[in-house]
Write a protein that binds this ligand. Structure first.
Ligand code: ATP
Ligand code: MG
Length: 248
């Protein structure tokens, strides 16, 4: 906890295995409301699993996960839907509906879950597509988009319902440096203007240094360092120091 704010997401002694494979082992970290945490770590260390635990797509074997005041490990529908409604999720593979256009991918959650009129929906979709640089692409099918465009469309969809918490799994992977910094800017703007809490998994050290208030560094299922960029740079753990070392 920092600044005396309440944590909006908190892991306490969380462990998760798949069969004999222990993916997370006694993991604890939290993020205060309105702050940005970046989760760093080598491939296969449980970063995407961590995000899936937050929205209860997976359940931990042990430990507690709180989102706002709710212990999500114990929740069932419909309370779980209420918690998920606060969370926007950009999946690592973007997870767009392949048979829907970009416009429809973004409009579907608004149609299903809000009372907005068609005109209001159109204007929200246009505004957010403009923010991610896809203003001219709304009639395209996902198969007509480049990898980076799919990422940006996925990010736009995650922002549609004005989530209190945004989970972004590698929002800038596969993007050139210029587009990646635009995504970083968008994340920072989202945090500044909407007080959105950001939980961002990334391999992009440059981006993490810009976006993160705090870092959580995972390795082989454990938190090997956490804190500000400066704190992690001076961590006793060599893997953590290497992971935050500038790769610019
Ligand atoms: N549903 C699942 N069933 C079984 N094993 C899984 C499942 N999801 C993840 N795993 C395993 O958990 C481990 C961590 O996976 P995870 O996707 O969290 O890695 P990651 O840190 O996101 O890696 P990357 O940087 O490559 O995306 C991997 O060994 C993976 O095979
Ligand atoms: Mg992953």
């Amino acid at each position: 906890m920092t600044n005396g704010h309440n944590p909006v997401v908190a892991f306490d002694a969380v462990s998760k295995s798949f069969g004999a494979k222990q993916v997370l082992s006694d993991v604890s970290w939290s993020v205060p409301e309105g702050e940005a945490v970046c989760i760093l770590g080598r491939s296969g260390t449980g970063k995407s699993v961590t995000l899936k635990l937050i929205i209860s797509l997976l359940k931990p074997d042990q430990g507690s996960i709180r989102v706002d005041q709710d212990e999500v490990t114990q929740l069932e529908a419909p309370r779980l839907s209420t918690v998920r409604r606060k969370i926007g999720y950009l999946f690592q593979d973007a997870a767009l509906f392949d048979s829907l256009t970009v416009y429809e991918n973004l409009a579907v959650p608004l149609k299903r879950l809000t009372q907005k009129s068609q005109d209001e929906i159109d204007s929200v979709v246009d505004r957010v597509l403009g923010q991610v640089g896809l203003a001219g692409d709304k009639a395209k099918m996902p198969s007509e988009l480049s990898g980076g465009m799919r990422k940006r469309a996925g990010l736009a969809r995650a922002l549609m319902l004005e989530p209190k918490i945004l989970l972004a799994d590698e929002p800038s992977s596969g993007l050139d440096r210029i587009t990646a910094s635009e995504i970083d800017e968008l994340l920072l703007r989202q945090k500044a203007e909407h007080k959105t809490t950001l939980i961002v998994v990334t391999h992009d050290v440059h981006g993490a240094r810009r976006v993160a208030d705090r870092l959580v560094v995972l390795d082989r299922g454990k938190v090997i360092a956490q804190g500000t960029v400066a704190e992690v740079e001076h961590s006793e753990n060599e893997v953590a120091r290497k992971l935050i070392g500038s790769n610019a």
